[in-house]
Design a protein around this ligand. Structure first.
Ligand code: IMP
Length: 423
């Protein structure tokens, strides 16, 4: 099963992943880095995870950080340290030799670039994600497997670092010495070595043995480098269709894609957002939904549910079932709006605009629906939801042509209406 965020991230994937992870033999993280962040609850304690897969709290689950991930080794070890402080020290973690190492200079370059872009900045998490993926594409990155041989690692650092320093110098940023970088790598190496393997070979074998594999999602489809609202996107693809290429598995490995959507829309960072709302209405949704970034604590931008955007993601990802999250938050408003179509220059369009210029011209067409005032957080049966609530969900199902398999009515694991088995 693959889990895919259908909007701009922060759809509540953590809760669903947590829900499914306990049924999985293996949990795989396939792309992105510590730009992602989700909190999961385990035996009544909340844990914030960024790079580590969600099965890490369960000693029987194998957690794989696969080929397409960018790993800030210090950030990952810090996550493990925090877990051990909370008593989690028995876990199974496998890290791909093909995964990319995210280095301190990537973070400096990310910050310097954002600064240089001024009011045209992307609004990145400043974790160095873009510069790291760029180095992979330009074949200047270090991979986890390079840690295995110190001599060739040093040679690689000696050839790459002068190029990175040239760029940092141009931005007036901090330059790095080979000694400094090598010292950092040798420091993290010992802790990482026992976990490093060829995860592709491991996953191939697991697939043949019929193991249950959960591919957890990070970010959301609209942040995809190619299909999202470019250039206001991340530097990898959060689409489930990217999983084979990020794990070394065939297309047939991903049998089922569960899309995760909120009952409304949010995004952090800059970029087009056709159904955005502001003022007191947005504030009340933001407050009720705790819509502040897990990683950066920035207030999230808020908007109405955008069906053309979701339809596009369903089509490019092959989604048939969805989990709809944070439905309880909508009792914060008196009246709901649902975007059912896009117009540009007065003409209806039937595609997702691919340029910022076009997206900025989009006039969303809304239908208005009555909201509900009841507290729905203790409801566990679909049929007990208020009528207006069910009407909202049924309109979404009908217009999108998908089944809402799960409805989340509160942050806790129990605050869930399960309409069919997920995994
Ligand atoms: P980057 O991934 O740090 O380069 O940031 C690029 C864009 O993706 C920014 O708008 C970020 O806010 C957004 N972004 C990256 N990761 C996440 C995530 O996990 N949730 C929500 N937004 C994200």
């Amino acid at each position: 099963l693959a889990i895919e965020g259908m909007q701009w991230g922060d759809e509540g994937k953590g809760k669903v992943t947590d829900f499914c992870a306990s049924h999985a033999d293996i949990v795989v993280r396939s792309q992105g880095g510590n730009n992602a962040g989700h909190s999961i609850e385990h035996h009544g304690v909340r844990y914030a995870l960024r790079l580590l897969p969600s099965g890490i709290l369960n000693p029987d689950t194998v957690n794989v950080i696969a080929d397409g991930v960018v790993i800030n080794p210090k950030a990952m070890l810090e996550e493990l340290r925090i877990l051990s402080e909370k008593g989690i020290s028995s876990y199974q973690l496998l890290i791909s030799k093909r995964a990319t190492l995210l280095m301190p200079y990537h973070i400096e370059i990310d910050k310097a670039r954002e600064e240089a872009l001024g009011d045209k900045k992307i609004g990145t998490t400043k974790n160095g994600i873009g510069p790291c993926y760029e180095d992979r594409a330009s074949r200047l990155s270090l991979r986890v497997g390079d840690l295995l041989d110190i001599e060739s690692l040093q040679e690689r650092v000696e050839s790459i670092l002068p190029l990175k320093n040239l760029e940092l110098k141009a931005y007036g940023g901090k330059e790095f010495s080979v000694e400094e970088i090598m010292a950092m790598l040798l420091e993290v190496r010992e802790a990482l070595l026992p976990h490093i393997i060829d995860t592709t070979a491991y996953l191939q074998k697991a697939l043949k043995e019929g193991k249950k594999i959960l591919f957890e999602g990070a970010q959301g489809a609209m942040l995809c480098m190619t299909y999202g609202t470019f250039p206001f996107v991340t530097s990898s693809s959060p689409l489930a269709t990217a999983i084979p290429n990020n794990t070394g598995l065939p297309l047939t490995a991903v049998e089922d894609v569960l899309g995760i959507m909120k009952a409304y829309t949010t995004r952090v960072g800059a970029g087009p957002f056709p159904t955005e709302i502001d003022g007191p209405l947005a504030d009340s949704i933001r407050e009720k939904g705790h819509e502040f970034g897990t990683v950066t604590h920035r207030p999230r931008r808020v908007g109405w549910l955008d069906l053309p955007q979701l339809k596009y993601v369903i089509e490019i990802s092959g989604i048939k079932r969805v989990a709809l999250m944070l439905l309880d938050v909508l009792s914060a408003v008196d009246e709901l709006k649902l975007c059912t179509g896009y117009f540009i220059d007065g003409k209806e369009i039937d595609y997702m605009p691919s340029t910022v210029a076009e997206l900025e011209k989009v006039e969303p067409q809304f239908i208005t629906m009555p909201s509900w005032k009841e507290d729905i957080s203790s409801i566990r049966n679909y049929d007990e939801l208020p009528l207006n609530c069910r009407r909202y969900l049924e309109t979404i199902e009908e217009k999108l042509g998908v089944k809402i398999a799960m409805v989340s009515v509160g942050p806790d694991k129990e605050a869930t209406i399960l309409r069919e088995e997920l995994f």
